[in-house]
Design a protein around this ligand. Structure first.
Ligand SMILES: NC(=O)c1ccc[n+]([C@@H]2O[C@H](COP(=O)([O-])OP(=O)(O)OC[C@H]3O[C@@H](n4cnc5c(N)ncnc54)[C@H](OP(=O)(O)O)[C@@H]3O)[C@@H](O)[C@H]2O)c1
Length: 268
């Protein structure tokens, strides 16, 4: 798996392999609510990812809520010091399939304290503001994360689901080391932001990198020509887009995981 040797240094400090793993699906598939139906299998898939070179795992307190973080904590226990964990706060899962932003500094404090306990860590390597609360200026929410960082609870600050304007506002109050937005072969809305981050050597985690129901003709034809799956083409396209892009595909299946990791070896 050659490109797993391709790494990115988050904040010029924390080196991760460029294929991460997302654990939103380490819950029931139905509404991202509760424990996965087969928890042992979810743990096994995460461990297989790690054994195959993945060392950057993404979760969030809202996945479950809380259950994804607990599954991640259990899965990585034997590899605790080898794996970089990213989690998120600032989005409240209040019923299956329903989520709302809460970017109040007081709420974010309870959120990070909960994540530290569930992940059994003294410091969270990457902590994201999950989404921007329309009722709270982003500077206030990110300012709270900067405070937690000063207190030693966060190594790197991240923001998720942001526009270029929101990113620039956040940068005024904290050093932003990672941004996480949707980005894929078929969804290139954030292309300009990714390029801007690349110029500043800031990591970009591509969420929802393959989950597409209707592949367009361009990707179907290209995948057919190369004799690879559309998922592999999509992931490979991301890895080749620029070296700050870290796709975080998620899966509940070992077979799909290994197929996705193979995309590291594909040259487009
Ligand atoms: N920041 C945010 O707001 C945000 C939002 C969404 C997601 N995320 C993060 O991004 C990660 C990935 O997002 P995602 O789960 O929505 O999308 P994704 O990784 O693009 O796609 C996952 C879906 O694709 C299927 N899949 C994966 N590999 C496959 C393969 N090789 N063949 C066929 N089907 C395959 C999975 O089903 P199977 O289980 O059957 O493989 C699952 O239904 C999440 O886990 C989470 O960490 C963040």
């Amino acid at each position: 798996m050659d490109k797993l040797n391709s790494t990115f240094k988050i904040g010029n400090l924390t080196e991760v392999n460029r294929m991460g793993f997302g654990t939103m699906r380490a819950t029931t598939g139905n509404g991202i609510w509760g424990y996965p139906t087969d928890k042992a299998s979810a743990i096994k898939v995460i461990r297989t990812a790690i054994e195959n070179g993945v060392n950057f795992i993404d979760t969030a307190d809202s996945y479950g809520p809380y259950t994804s973080e607990l599954v991640v904590a259990e899965a990585i226990e034997p590899y605790k010091n080898e794996v970089v964990v990213a989690t998120k706060g600032g989005a409240v899962k209040y019923k299956p399939g329903a989520i709302m932003a809460n970017g109040h500094p007081y709420y974010l404090r309870t959120a990070i304290e909960g994540s530290l306990k569930r992940l059994d860590r003294e410091k969270i390597e990457v902590y994201f503001l999950h989404r921007v609360d329309p009722n709270i200026p982003i500077e206030e929410s990110v300012g709270a994360l900067a405070k937690f960082q000063q207190e030693g609870k966060i190594k790197h600050i991240g923001i998720s689901n942001v526009t270029i304007e929101q990113f620039e506002k956040a940068q005024k109050v904290a050093k932003i080391d990672v941004v996480q937005n949707a980005f894929s072969f078929q969804d290139r809305r954030h292309e300009e932001l990714v390029k801007k981050l690349s110029e500043q050597n800031i990591a970009f985690m591509a969420h929802t990198p393959i989950a597409v129901n209707n592949w367009d003709d361009e990707i179907l034809e290209q995948a057919r020509k190369q004799n690879i799956s559309v998922n592999q083409l999509s992931l490979s396209w991301l890895l080749n887009f620029s070296n700050n892009v870290i796709p975080i595909a998620g899966t509940s299946s070992e077979k799909h995981l290994l197929e996705n990791l193979e995309s590291i070896n594909i040259n487009l």
